[in-house]
Design a protein around this ligand. Structure first.
Ligand SMILES: *[C@@H]1O[C@H](CO)[C@@H](O)[C@H](O)[C@H]1NC(C)=O
Ligand SMILES: *[C@@H]1O[C@H](CO)[C@@H](O)[C@H](O)[C@H]1NC(C)=O
Ligand SMILES: *[C@@H]1O[C@H](CO)[C@@H](O)[C@H](O)[C@H]1NC(C)=O
Length: 423
């Protein structure tokens, strides 16, 4: 079995719409593709860095949930593969904690996009949503030098797609800012496949410092969540447009995490790792027990915080001194994650999700989340389409294929009791 190499996780999780790519390409004339690319690439300036090379001096911590009165944008990116499990936790612990924050959604259209109907309850807070059919991004000679395809199932193209999801969210935020003539003070960027077990602490908000989760570094910086003020976020989210700068600096063979660290370092943005109470829900299988560069998969319900480690609902196969022993064998520069104080309990992820995972999830996530999970499992096309219609009406801006298309794509071909659709 292939073991984990950084970014392929992102891709698998953040971009499940690859199957759609070819059909979309087939439909569009090449000039349209090219023009679209030009528009995108020229709208994101090559130099979003001017004036922000300010080292962190003011270590001002805004009080929890306040951030000193400045406005917060929450950027939700990636595929919605297990959103029936992660969505309610995001709504409760992140959107619920920062009630004044505006929500930006950037997600590829695929067979799971219908699950975004869960966001109906926060629709009035959605400043912009974009659910799009992905197209191939041009891979330049510089991309081929700077990035490595090693470990990425969709190669360099897959990395670029992931970067585009992230940077696309920044573009949406900037458009909103210029339309409304204001700027956000803070941007929280996170993934749709993150399961949150608690709220972020105030230590995540540090002026002049980009805050990322601890552990799961994969040779660079954990990029599964990021919190920063407006200036540091601009650098951190400019994942595509900063690649030429990394090339000019002679950097080579980077994965997502090492490219991320390099773009902050090159732009003189300081970072800080903090522990954050979320994990990335994954269907992928990994050798167990993980050693060296192997990927630990935490049990949802580990005391945590898991700081974005992979997780699934399972009966832990290894906890206490066993988890300690495994974690001590992991490379701290790679997949290592904090384990002390019993924070980490491990699943044997060498097979698909075990039968009965629903019960485990329901117990861990609580009655409200369990009810939402069951409701999603029963969702039909008509109700789904109605939910999307409501969201479209309430959101400030909404860009997606017709609701029926999104709902049919997922619900009409959904096998009964599907648990391993993308495993
Ligand atoms: C919060 O606002 C006060 C008063 O305007 C200011 O002195 C302080 O520096 C601000 N702190 C942060 C973190 O922005
Ligand atoms: C935008 O805001 C700035 C500063 O708050 C103000 O000076 C400017 O007139 C505003 N522009 C528009 C078009 O409202
Ligand atoms: C473990 O728990 C103790 C007591 O609550 C705390 O002081 C310590 O920082 C914790 N260590 C880790 C690594 O979480």
């Amino acid at each position: 079995m292939k073991q984990g190499r950084g970014f392929r996780h992102h891709l698998a999780a953040a971009f499940t719409g690859f199957v759609d790519l070819r059909s979309v390409l087939a439909l569009l004339p090449p000039c349209v593709l090219f023009l679209t690319f030009l528009t995108l690439s020229s709208s994101s300036s090559d130099s979003p860095l001017a004036g922000i090379l300010r080292p962190s001096s003011s270590d001002g911590l805004p009080a929890a949930g306040i951030t000193n009165g400045s406005r917060i944008a929450i950027c939700l990116v990636g595929g919605s593969r297990r959103f029936e499990l992660t969505g309610p936790s995001l709504v409760r612990h992140l959107l619920g904690e920062y009630r004044e924050a505006d929500v930006f959604l950037h997600s590829p259209l695929d067979g799971d996009a219908y699950k975004l109907s869960l966001l109906k309850e926060v629709a009035p807070r959605i400043s912009a949503a974009r659910i799009f059919s992905p197209w191939a991004l041009p891979v330049t000679a510089a991309h081929k030098l700077v990035l490595t395809a090693t470990g990425s199932p969709n190669g360099i193209q897959g990395l670029l797609q992931y970067f585009n999801l992230v940077e696309g969210c920044l573009r949406m935020i900037k458009k909103h800012e210029s339309r409304r003539n204001f700027t956000y003070g803070w941007i929280i960027r996170t993934r749709l496949d993150g399961y949150w077990s608690a709220t972020l602490g105030p230590e995540a908000f540090r002026r002049g410092v980009y805050v990322v989760p601890a552990g799961s570094r994969y040779g660079g910086l954990n990029d599964r969540l990021g919190v920063g003020d407006r200036a540091t976020s601009e650098v951190a989210l400019s994942r595509l447009s900063l690649l030429p700068r990394l090339d000019r600096a002679g950097l080579r063979l980077l994965n997502s995490e090492s490219a991320f660290r390099a773009q902050l370092a090159r732009s003189r943005v300081a970072w800080r790792e903090v522990r954050a109470p979320f994990c990335v829900v994954s269907d992928r299988r990994y050798r167990f027990p993980p050693v060296a560069n192997g990927v630990p998969v935490a049990a949802m319900g580990s005391p945590g915080p898991l700081s974005g480690a992979k997780c699934r609902p399972c009966q832990p196969a290894c906890a206490g001194s066993c988890a300690a022993k495994v974690a001590k064998g992991l490379d701290p520069r790679w997949s290592w994650t904090e384990w002390r104080n019993d924070s980490l309990r491990l699943c044997d992820a060498s097979h698909g999700w075990a039968e009965g995972w629903e019960r485990v999830f329901d117990r861990v996530a609580g009655a409200e989340a369990a009810a939402k999970r069951r409701k999603m499992a029963r969702l039909d096309v008509a109700t789904c389409a109605e939910d999307f219609k409501v969201m479209r009406e309430k959101a400030a801006r909404w860009e997606s294929p017709p609701a029926k298309e999104i709902c049919r794509l997922g619900l009409l071909r959904r096998p009964a009791n599907s648990t391993t659709k993308f495993a």
